[in-house]
Design a protein around this ligand. Sequence first.
Ligand code: PLP
Length: 423
Amino acid sequence: MTAGKKIRRKDKPLGPIPSGFETIDGELAIGGKTASALVAEAGRTPLFVYSKAQLDARIAALRTAMPKRLGINYAVKANPFAPVINHMAPLVDGFDIASAGELAMAQAAGLDPARVSFAGPGKRDDELEAAVRASVTLNCESEGEARRTFAIAERIGVTPKMAIRVNPEFELRGSGMKMGGGAKPFGLDTNRVPALAREIIAAGAEYRGLHIFTGSQSLDTEALIETQGNVLNLADKLSGEIGVNCPKLNMGGGFGIPYFSGDEPIDLERIGASLEQRFASLPDSLNETDLCIELGRFLVGQSGVYLTKVIDRKISHDAVYLITDGGLHHQLAASGNFGTVVRRNYPVAVANRFGVQANQGAVLEEVNVVGCLCTPLDRLADKALLPHADVGDIIAVFCAGAYGASASPASFLGQGPAGEILA
Ligand SMILES: *Cc1c(COP(=O)(O)O)cnc(C)c1O
């Protein structure tokens, strides 16, 4: 060994493991089954496991904190796995969909079309027709889309249900992905909303009100409260200009979940209390309005765990690499390549040594958990302190319930999709 500069490594913290996961026989367990039993049952890794108990607990917590009057919609794009959709159907008040594909999923789950609304900036004619035929509410994103809908509805002889998606001048502060404020492909600029609403009504369509979505993945409780206030004010102002009370207002969502070290959960009780206060003195235009929020990630994100097997353990320049059979093709976000600027570690554990990891004073080693793809982007945990793991052990990546399986490039390098189960 040569004297001189010694490379100093410093471990990087892992994100917080969501509460509510059990340990059985020292292993991570979901739905009463250990990780290795779940892998054996599925007959494979990599595997996404979604916890029914976590989904139920999340919705129960929201129901307790939010005003009774507030509907809770599930934004299907966060996790369109059919058993998850079926499990969510009776628990939420509606589904928000973003394509004809998701419409088919909502229909397969037997959802009442009156509980489904369809947003998305590029709806094709065949998608508009499917939505009008199914009698779901279209959240119109432009005048052009609205007029295509009138023509389709006329041709097939069905009265369309149409709301307007608004591109507000404000945005959700602290939001991971900004989807409102300034020039955007989403929704109609506020000054053009009244004219289109009047056109919808004049065309004989059923006017279903407004949809105001301002951003995603915010952990800033105050910003969420402020935005909800702004949304109610804007809906009132626009309804005044339209001259019709608002039948339905989708207030957007944006509730975030903690992924990284230092992230704190949002304060649901404060958000609920402040909404309750606003609802107690709503203006006439919103008094009879069907009010809802739409959440994806917040409902399903923490319910999911991605399990991947260590297939090699090697040392390079003193650094330990655990090479797994999973990777960014299923977990693009955990690899730091989906909507983040600086890569940070998700919560990660050695699933079959979960009990050890939870112990204070456990002996841990610094490792890099990587996927099996031939790209340096394929990292699941960098310089993470984990219990010793070797070939055959199972790595768990938490917070994998939203934008995982369906929002990652599964066919990259010919890998194909991961398994998925609801436990
Ligand atoms: C993506 C999206 C959602 C869901 O966002 P989450 O951050 O997962 O809650 C809700 N509404 C619209 C319009 C969206 O595009």
